[in-house]
Design a binder for this molecule. Sequence first.
Ligand SMILES: Cc1cc2nc3c(=O)[nH]c(=O)nc-3n(C[C@H](O)[C@H](O)[C@H](O)COP(=O)(O)OP(=O)(O)OC[C@H]3O[C@@H](n4cnc5c(N)ncnc54)[C@H](O)[C@@H]3O)c2cc1C
Length: 272
Amino acid sequence: MIKENPYMPIEARLEELIEETPTIKTLVLAPKEPIEFRAGQFMQLTYPGIGEAPFTPSSNPNQPQRQEFTILKVGKVTDKLHDVRPGETLGLRGAFGKGYPIDKFYGKEILLVGGGVGLAPLRALMYALFNEIDKFPRISIKYGARSPNELLFAGQYKKWRSMAKVDFTETVDAPVNSWQGNVGVVTTLLDNIDIDIKNAYVVSCGPPVMLKFVTQKCLGLGFTPSQIYLSMNRKMSCGIGVCGRCNIGPYYLCKDGPDMCYEKIMKYDNVF
Ligand SMILES: Cc1cc2nc3c(=O)[nH]c(=O)nc-3n(C[C@H](O)[C@H](O)[C@H](O)COP(=O)(O)OP(=O)(O)OC[C@H]3O[C@@H](n4cnc5c(N)ncnc54)[C@H](O)[C@@H]3O)c2cc1C
């Protein structure tokens, strides 16, 4: 729920800092007051004195009193966020955006396709789907990272694979000698995929070029544009549909997204 003054952050204490990969860390935050969010909604995370940036929680939406943000270090704010120490205070405002339309997914097979740090927003969706697993015939998760040491949440794969109705497969672009798993970009995991396409939705989160190829591949497999949801985590500023920095056609990604049905945006030329 957005506070009365949407620009005023809520203080949040860093409880734990988890080193996921050489460039990605998870910040476990305890906000001063619980912040409700739906999977796919995002928050603006402030490093005092430096600035704020948007991130989608990677944690279970059932836990409004404890949010996890899984953050790739790319620049000014994320550099600082990688150096925060437990006990320090950051700011959170949100949640913003619509989140994934989970009710619409009931009764359907769900295919999640993630790339790199894109598995972070998808993990919140996975938890939300797992919370109501009886409502879904099957959940298939396909994930790609550049190299084995860049695989995110690797310690959880065994558990996810052991769950009834869930299948999780990962691949890497560039293997090392000891790697015995799949090699190739994430779309190679969609070749010969065992899924009832007419009765399924696909949700993808990752870099724009990956979203483009996943979309093309899914259309080729027979998914219709209305069955494809893309997490458009591109640059945005205000988070509340005012500044227009994140527009695609008439849509404000911060307000109408960031997860958009491809059917709605496919006619605009700045989708990917
Ligand atoms: C809704 C939403 C959810 C997001 N969720 C996550 C998340 O869960 N985990 C995560 O690691 N990141 C996420 N991001 C991206 C994150 O917001 C940016 O990486 C961050 O804003 C960069 O800030 P910075 O000050 O460190 O980088 P800057 O110093 O501003 O920029 C450094 C470099 O990163 C590029 N960059 C900045 N923002 C983005 C962006 N949004 N997309 C692509 N490139 C960018 C710049 O062009 C520049 O090349 C999300 C973005 C959005 C809009």
